[in-house]
Design a protein around this ligand. Structure first.
Ligand SMILES: [Zn+2]
Length: 109
């Protein structure tokens, strides 16, 4: 049973991922939204929760590239949800599918 919702691992391109949606009842209290790849084990974050201090310290702003848990992400948008709580929407910023390079994205530098 997969609930990938069309999600694909940015590392290996596998669609065998477990998706954990933020805020749904689960074994751990989920403040982040992410999916984990069965093929390579990578965890890819989609939404993380930060305080305003963390936003400032990490210079997290829309359009910037940040590193979270060892991977690069570009910040899509930031949503304030509490007194001092922000949802940071992320998109993987690395080369898509480094092992399947031939899908030329035309962005080689
Ligand atoms: Zn993978």
């Amino acid at each position: 049973m997969t609930l990938s919702g069309g999600r694909i691992c940015p590392d290996c391109g596998s669609d065998r991922v477990d998706f954990v949606q933020r805020g749904l009842a689960g074994p751990i209290n989920a403040t982040d939204q992410y999916y984990r790849c069965h093929a390579c084990g990578r965890v890819t974050y989609e939404i993380v929760t930060r305080t305003s201090r963390e936003l400032r310290a990490g210079r997290i702003e829309p359009g910037r590239v940040i590193r979270t848990a060892g991977h690069s992400y570009s910040v899509r948008r930031i949503l304030k949800i509490g007194l001092d709580e922000y949802l940071v929407y992320l998109r993987p910023a690395e080369d898509p599918f480094p092992r399947l390079r031939r899908q030329g994205q035309g962005q080689e530098r």
